[in-house]
Design a binder for this molecule. Structure first.
Ligand code: DUT
Ligand code: MG
Length: 152
């Protein structure tokens, strides 16, 4: 049994986990929306939650909608703050260049992942401590098979 956390909710339709062990609870559309090719729109879910302090909700795309129909979330992962009491909305984007996509009320359009989160206490210093990676980023390790490194 994994950890769970109580989350207060008001909803037309309470998000549900499809299987035991799933990380994301499916969010349903509370309205009909037609997304033309390349179009984005916010879609109501009818869900509002009160996360305990120290938790965050991430609104993430459903893989099937993305792979099969090119429907993704513009701001993925959308961040639901613990203090947010408004309706959770999903900013969908139709990435397909030719097919429109119709969302019907009740369709599962995204999933909500609830996680504990740390808030940083930012401590200003003159110089950061060294590390093995240093300042390398943005493809600094290359793109082919990675042969060197701490696990090699
Ligand atoms: O996909 C999302 C992302 C955010 N929100 C809600 C919850 C979140 O707490 C609030 C603000 O989100 P965020 O901080 O990402 O947006 P912002 O553009 O920075 O708005 P704000 O100035 O209100 O913080 O909007 C959603 O309903 N869906
Ligand atoms: Mg913000």
């Amino acid at each position: 049994m994994t950890d769970s956390v109580e989350v207060l909710i008001t909803a037309d339709r309470v998000p549900s986990y499809a299987h035991a062990g799933d990380a994301g609870a499916d969010l349903h559309a509370a309205e009909a929306v037609v997304l033309e090719p390349g179009e984005r729109a916010t879609v109501a879910t009818g869900v509002a939650i009160a996360l305990p302090d120290g938790y965050v909700g991430f609104v993430v795309p459903r893989s099937g909608l993305a792979f099969k129909h090119g429907i993704t979330i513009v701001n993925a992962p959308g961040t639901v703050d613990a203090g947010y009491r408004g309706e959770i909305k999903v900013a969908l984007l139709n990435t397909d260049s030719s097919e429109s996509y119709t969302i019907e009320p009740g369709d599962r359009i995204a999933q909500l992942v609830v996680m504990p989160v740390s808030r940083a206490r930012f401590i200003e210093v003159e110089r950061l401590p060294g590390s093995q990676r240093g300042e390398g980023g943005f493809g600094s390790t290359g793109f082919g098979e990675h042969k060197s490194g701490v696990n090699a």
